[in-house]
Design a protein around this ligand. Sequence first.
Ligand code: ADP
Ligand code: MG
Length: 771
Amino acid sequence: EVKRDPKVQVARLKLPILGEEQRIMELINENEFLIVAGETGSGKTTQIPQFLYEAGYAEKQMIAVTEPRRVATVAMSARVGHELALTSKEVSYLMRFEGNVTKDTKIKFMTDGVLLKEIQSDFLLSKYSVVIIDEAHERSVYTDILLGLLSRIVPLRRKRGSPLRLIIMSATLRVEDFTENTRLFKEPPPMIKIDSRQFPVTIHFNKNTYDNYLKESYKKAVKIHTRLPEGGILIFVTGQQEVNYLVRKLKASFPYKKDVDYSKLITKKPVAETDTALDSEPEDIESDDDEVEKEMKRAKKARRKAKKKAKELPKINLDDYDIPEDDGQADLVGHDDDSEGHLSDSDIEDDILAPEIKSCRQPLWVLPLFSMLSSSKQARVFEQPPIGARLCVVSTDVAETSLTIPAIKYVVDSGKKKMKVYDHTTGASAWRIVWTSQASAEQRAGRAGRTGPGHAYRLYSTAVFQHDCPSHHPPDLCRRPVDDLLLQMKCMGIDKVVNFPFPTAPDRLQLRLAEKRLEVLGILEKHVSKNKNDDEVLKVTSLGKAVSAFPLLPRYGKMLALSHQQNLLPYTIALVAALTVPEVMSGKPDSWPATGNTLLLGDPGILLRAVGAAEFAHVKGEEELFCAKYGLREKAVKEIRKIRKQLTSEINLSVSGVNVSVDPEMKPPEDSQARLLRQLLLSGLGDQVGRKIGLHEVKEGEDKRKYKYAYHCGELEEPVHLHSESILRKTIPEWVVYQELYETGGEEKRKMVMRNVAAIEPEWLPIYVPH
Ligand code: ADP
Ligand code: MG
């Protein structure tokens, strides 16, 4: 009954997974659990839901597919819908604050967090006949919890006579964490390995490792484009700013002009492929010698020498992946003010390459890819570049496994990724640029071999690979605070979270700290069990139940839950929405004249005002202009709008007698309201309070000027400073509450900074008083 487009059919038939359809379906029909392992691009995500659909699994119930990333959720539902020739009414997606699910939905792609939320209201997941956990190797927090829960739900469904299938899909072969975890599965579930059309990828290491990987990335891309045969280039760097920066530089070097006919250029590319690998380029090109002629001569000689050596270079076996680890959130939050210092133009300009750039007439079709990019712009990487131009995608680790970009032949791997690191005792977080895992490096390299033999250029040495790159990074669950999922699990009646069958159990201390934070916030409370031998357990309070209804971190849920007054609610909603979206403002707050009320509300007040004004600009159709003018990130503003809408309708539905709306002309809050809003902020952030360090407290001999904006925070010994752009630098209040604590300035200039700060009154502080 499926009527596929002939073009789609041709493309599908090229995927080896299609030859396995019968075997896969037999395994699914005969087993409740199945693990599907196969390399990225082998067709797991796009094809297996279609097999299930055609086998009738969507007739009475739905097929659920979870993704750890929003990018993939949208893209994959669209792709599968397209391949099945069905509409988005039938193949739909659902993620936090956004979706197109209908009552006719057959295949439902969703973020893993959304399915976890659904389990809270329907523990047996009775709407679904099969659940596919995709990208299980990413080890996202929600995926890990889902696996634990599903390992228990599946047997329950069997007992009820309505079996549920669980398919775990992973891009790698490192699936022992799932198969050999006897807490998770008593018997190891069956596994099927999907072969894929993987062409050999030659790995080239740099001889030396340079700090400036952006410069190296740029140079490598230039060399590939000017010297090597046709084929797309994929560059991996760490974050959004780096991506944009490289895109700009490469576009400027090889511009694409609309009115030029480039179609004749393609045939001019020389030489047989085997001779052109860039590792037969000498390493000494990386030297600072800027005399072109001398350089060329040396290059020729070294090229000959290196060609011999090339044979000895390590090769990876692409059928033997290890686990990759990447942080889906890597570019969700921007870094701190001065961490972009390495992006100066003079840094990257390289005279040696200038003649090559000049003499190359072929344009480079350069596209950015990162998770915060709008979906429509992300979709451009799937399209053919214009005739005559070479495709070049500059990406964060989004392109590592979630999305398959067609026709990539060259991968340039900086070897770096951005990782959020938490200090579990202080709660402070910092973004660090770290070496990728070896497994990630192999995933990245593999992207070059999907359509033909390829080359991967690692911009670091084999020594770095062996000694500095860990084989894989620990899963998210073991790295970040777990407050939200702890609350969700408690609401599901899982009292002893330490006993939960996690694929990899989080640190017990971390769980205990999260419990403590939730207890301080009044979301959990101690219960002494009747059985005296049992430990006391923390259970959810009635406030906690209200809080957990919101798809937000418990802190923000609490602010909403306590915001009873009708006329205050729209402000709380807007404020919470703005606080949960990272990196809203990139401009200086100076561009926002602060008036009485906003100043009273501190940085969150500025944020509130910006959001209100952006909404007004939006109804007038001037959002884009407005955002550019005031340094607001447009995608963030759109995201905030969605959250405001959803939270507003959720509150109207769930709290009787309440009927609020999103007012595009929201007036600034009145004094009394601003005061209440600050109290609400404190209610959610009550464990994050700071007291100004008086100058008399500064030790003899220390520079007092360094303490101008310094505060005591909690148990922290060292001073914490107001963010350099905090509006409160104008007033420096005695007591403050802050949204986030983080570290800046690298090793020498290390400094603790608080972000989104508001003044509070000391008499509001029943909960917590720092020393
Ligand atoms: P896996 O899940 O195993 O990584 P996918 O099912 O995502 O693989 O992709 C299978 C193939 O489908 C890829 O090799 C890619 O070429 C193609 N493909 C996936 N998404 C798209 C898309 N949006 N447009 C064109 N081709 C796509
Ligand atoms: Mg996939």
